[in-house]
Design a protein around this ligand. Structure first.
Ligand SMILES: *Cc1c(COP(=O)(O)O)cnc(C)c1O
Length: 258
């Protein structure tokens, strides 16, 4: 119990420091705080940490491995329903963002619990998720369409397993998402090229922002920009990110000392 309390105090401090970092960057960019949503990326961390974050008012959670999320997320939601009267903003739903690569065979599972998928990067996945959402709607496991962001590869040097479409393939994929029955195209996502920091990260996110401007000319509803992690969120905010995906800066290292 004492251990749990100290974990809770640590997370509260990190979250507060992070929110401070975000507010400063938002102000410096002349943007409005409402324009930027923080997604707490909780992959590799236990349900107890998600519960601590939810008690602190965090509503948006990011996961990247289906094997883990398909267990943790339903548990989190069941707990949040039970605890509703003790939680801040209990009338607002917990939102789950799938930010990692989705294997086609996992699409059906992801479609049961994710509100948003940030990593759409191929046709096959559009149809697999669309079918998965249809099943989940039919069986009552979800009530809404799935929001989808197209992941863009900003690094021509990146190995193919990092995910993302080259910029010239955004439009054809966007059309497939927009034409699907159960997916809603809501924006673009990217990760800065490996090793890119400071001005290099900023240049990559500016590129993403320009691609987003092209996309919204055709699909005005697709205005979300998911960019920025623990190490480059200031650059992402300056470039217009609407959704930050932050893990380490809130929960600490995933591999050491836990
Ligand atoms: C893990 C992960 C993050 C969070 O990264 P941190 O460096 O821990 O903030 C963001 N986006 C994606 C796609 C991730 O897999």
């Amino acid at each position: 119990m004492a251990e749990q309390e100290s974990r809770s105090a640590d997370i509260a401090l990190s979250l507060e420091a992070l929110q401070e970092r975000i507010s400063k960057a938002v102000l410096r960019s002349g943007r409005h705080p409402n324009e930027v949503t923080l997604i707490a990326v909780t992959k590799f961390f236990p349900l107890a940490d998600l519960q601590i974050l939810r008690r602190l008012g965090q509503q948006d959670f990011g996961e990247s491995r289906d094997q883990e999320a398909s267990v943790k997320i339903p548990e989190l939601r069941a707990w949040a329903r039970q605890e509703a009267q003790n939680l801040p903003n209990s009338n607002e739903p917990t939102r789950v963002h799938f930010v990692g690569q989705v294997q086609t065979k996992k699409a059906r599972s992801v479609a049961r619990y994710a509100d948003v998928v940030h990593s759409l990067d191929r046709s096959k996945l559009v149809s697999a998720l669309d079918t998965g959402v249809a099943h989940a709607l039919e069986s009552g496991q979800r009530t809404r369409p799935l929001e989808a962001l197209i992941q863009v590869n900003l690094d021509p040097q990146a190995p193919p397993d990092r995910g993302g479409v080259p910029p010239d393939q955004i439009m054809p994929l966007a059309k497939e998402v927009a034409d699907s029955a159960n997916l809603r195209l809501t924006g673009l996502m990217a990760v800065a090229p490996r090793g890119a920091q400071g001005a290099d990260a900023r240049a990559a996110f500016d590129r993403l922002s320009a691609l987003s401007a092209e996309l919204t000319q055709v699909y005005p509803q697709a205005r979300l920009i998911s960019a920025g992690m623990s190490s480059d969120l200031e650059e992402a905010i300056q470039a217009g990110a609407t959704h930050l995906r932050v893990g380490g800066a809130i929960l600490g290292s995933r591999y050491l000392g836990r």
